[in-house]
Design a protein around this ligand. Structure first.
Ligand code: ATP
Length: 328
């Protein structure tokens, strides 16, 4: 039996469908990342799977339970890390973890979870003194204390510094190695690429595409990128017309090509005939970001609720700032 099976899921708020006929199957032991723009319906979907929201239509099975009626037995088998959980500020992380452990039949040792999440130095400090990133680590610690079979992580590393992020990734990797099934939502495409066996892209409450990043590239028909440094003194319009889109970032030319073999042949022939050496000539498969933007659409991507934050998170996620200008 799959860990999660969802068919025709629907949730409507004030006449608008936040989730609109979503189908999803997640096998046991899989790590799956849900991607999508702000307002796509990720959190609504995940909270329905966790049993925190009621659905309007569709069938949902999570570890064989209907989350709406699964009760304590269901809750003991899942771990949940919400986007914004409130804490009892006067408690310490160790105390909160002990309390939470009491809810589960087979919890992990508190000290082990503190070490796994890198909270040793703050284990006995009041929660009110924790930084934002340390609070997120505590969220993560509380999510795994029950040694869940299925872990839900809603944007688990937002606000983490780079090394905390690496540790969280290692933690997710080790949970996966122990056989946990993990469903995470993230806006960090590199996080999805690094952690997930499979990526599910949703928009307007439906699944747009799913698969490994490589499979998604094929589905989306996203082009290979041919890049090289433009020969010194050469005007850009002197380059041969290849590819379906060309961009210039400083002196680096990026050509998106659906037929890279033929395009490289044309480019190389032109360069040799004219006596140019094309410095930095490389071919790169499309990144998950290319696939994502191709599927979701850049206009759509920034059209949702919080364009600025969305753009900032994409930039942070990919280590890039604004995209180079499209010159064609
Ligand atoms: N409690 C609610 N009441 C009314 N509308 C809601 C509620 N929760 C979500 N929505 C709406 O449902 C849609 C989907 O929201 P959801 O939070 O699931 O998106 P998301 O993909 O998780 O977005 P984000 O990436 O911004 O977290 C949005 O249009 C949102 O405004």
């Amino acid at each position: 039996m799959a860990a999660i099976e969802v068919t025709g899921l629907r949730k409507v708020y004030g006449g608008v469908a936040a989730v609109d006929g979503l189908d999803l199957v997640i096998e046991r032991g899989e790590v799956v990342a849900l991607l999508g723009p702000n307002g796509a319906g990720k959190t609504t979907t995940v909270e329905i799977l966790e049993g925190y929201r009621r659905r309007d239509a569709g069938t949902v099975s999570v570890l064989g339970h209907d989350p709406e009626t699964g009760g304590g037995e269901f809750r003991a088998r899942i771990g949940v890390v919400l986007q914004e959980a409130g804490f009892e500020e006067n408690f310490t992380p160790r105390e909160l973890l002990r309390l939470q452990a009491g809810w589960y039949p087979h919890p992990r040792p508190v000290a082990e979870v503190i070490a796994l999440t890198g909270l040793e130095e703050k284990a006995d400090a009041r929660v009110s003194t924790l930084s934002g990133g340390q609070r997120r680590r505590l969220d993560l610690a509380l999510g795994i204390i029950g040694d869940p079979e299925l872990l839900f992580l809603d944007e688990p590393t937002t606000g983490f510094d780079p090394s905390a992020r690496r540790r969280a990734w290692e933690l997710v990797g080790s949970l996966r190695d122990l056989g946990a099934t993990i469903l995470l939502t993230t806006h960090y495409l590199d996080e999805a690429e690094h952690l997930a066996d499979r990526v599910v892209i949703i928009d307007h409450g439906r699944v747009l595409a799913q698969g490994t990043p490589d499979e998604l590239g094929a589905v989306a028909g996203v082009a290979t990128v041919i890049s090289f440094r433009i020969p010194e003194g050469l005007a850009e319009d002197a380059l041969p017309a290849i590819g379906r889109e060309r961009r210039l970032a400083g002196s680096v030319v990026e050509v998106r090509s659906a037929t890279p073999t033929a395009d490289v042949a044309v480019l190389a022939t032109w360069a040799v005939e004219n006596g140019y050496e094309l410095d930095g000539l490389t071919l790169a498969r499309p990144s998950l970001e290319d696939v994502y933007l191709d599927l979701v659409g850049e206009a759509d991507h920034v059209d949702h609720t919080d364009a600025a934050a969305d753009e900032a998170s994409t930039a942070a996620a990919t280590g890039t700032s604004r995209k180079p200008e499209v010159v064609r």
